[in-house]
Design a protein around this ligand. Structure first.
Ligand SMILES: Cc1cc2nc3c(=O)[nH]c(=O)nc-3n(C[C@H](O)[C@H](O)[C@H](O)COP(=O)(O)O)c2cc1C
Length: 197
């Protein structure tokens, strides 16, 4: 059986596409590159934080809900990283209450659903208390457009992307870059590949 393999993680340009094809992949998948386009439903204020992000300040943290998550280091993540247990539980409590309001459920139902989630996913007490952080903090930044008040999930490559082209333009540019790079490799014109970037 032939299984097509798609390369993913950190791709943003034609050079990456050619490298993936050279490794035998059928193509590439891109998350962050498409998130950072003018077609993205993410509010503009939040996208501004992505295109101005610093490559060295996109970190993996477990402080949001206990699971590893890669994010742009912003005000909220900085606070979660540097605060003690009480500060973290305070954020968790606020997220829990916001989640209850958002879901339109009562307190008893909220506790019941938290316990069911803990049982189903074998969560520790800390993870159970922090479970509402992720959806509520993502909602705040990625849906409501308050980038400093929520978290900014991201691939490391965000720190190298400085434009908000449309998704179609991104694809056209990647294909053109890949073709130019392949052409240059075929003809041995390394300078041609450099000029095409
Ligand atoms: C919307 C979004 C959500 C993400 N959520 C997580 C996550 O929950 N945990 C995690 O470790 N990484 C998360 N990441 C980062 C990915 O692990 C990964 O670094 C990245 O998406 C790689 O592919 P890309 O460069 O094409 O985006 C997320 C990235 C994006 C764009």
């Amino acid at each position: 059986m032939k299984v097509p393999v798609v390369a993913a993680g950190g791709f943003k340009d034609g050079r990456g596409l050619v490298a993936a094809l050279a490794y035998g992949a059928a193509g590439i998948a891109m998350g962050t590159r498409f998130l950072m386009t003018s077609d993205s439903p993410v509010p503009r204020a939040t996208l501004e934080r992505y295109i101005t992000s610093d490559l060295t300040k996109i970190i993996v943290s477990t402080k949001v809900d206990g699971a590893r998550m890669r994010m742009i280091l912003n005000e909220t993540l900085g606070r979660l990283e540097n605060t003690g247990v009480i500060g973290r539980y305070w954020t968790a409590l606020k997220s829990g209450l916001a989640f209850r309001k958002h879901a339109g459920i009562g307190y008893v139902e909220m506790i019941r659903s938290a316990l069911a989630n803990a049982r189903a996913n074998k969560l520790t007490l800390a993870e159970t208390l922090m479970a509402a952080n992720s959806p509520m903090l993502i909602q705040r930044s990625m849906v409501e457009g308050h980038p400093s008040e929520g978290v900014l999930p991201s691939g490391q490559v965000a720190g190298l992307i400085r434009d908000l082209s449309s998704a179609a333009e991104v694809i056209e540019k990647i294909v053109a870059e890949a073709e130019a790079r392949l052409e240059a490799l075929n003809t041995g014109r390394r300078d041609g590949a450099a000029a095409a970037e």
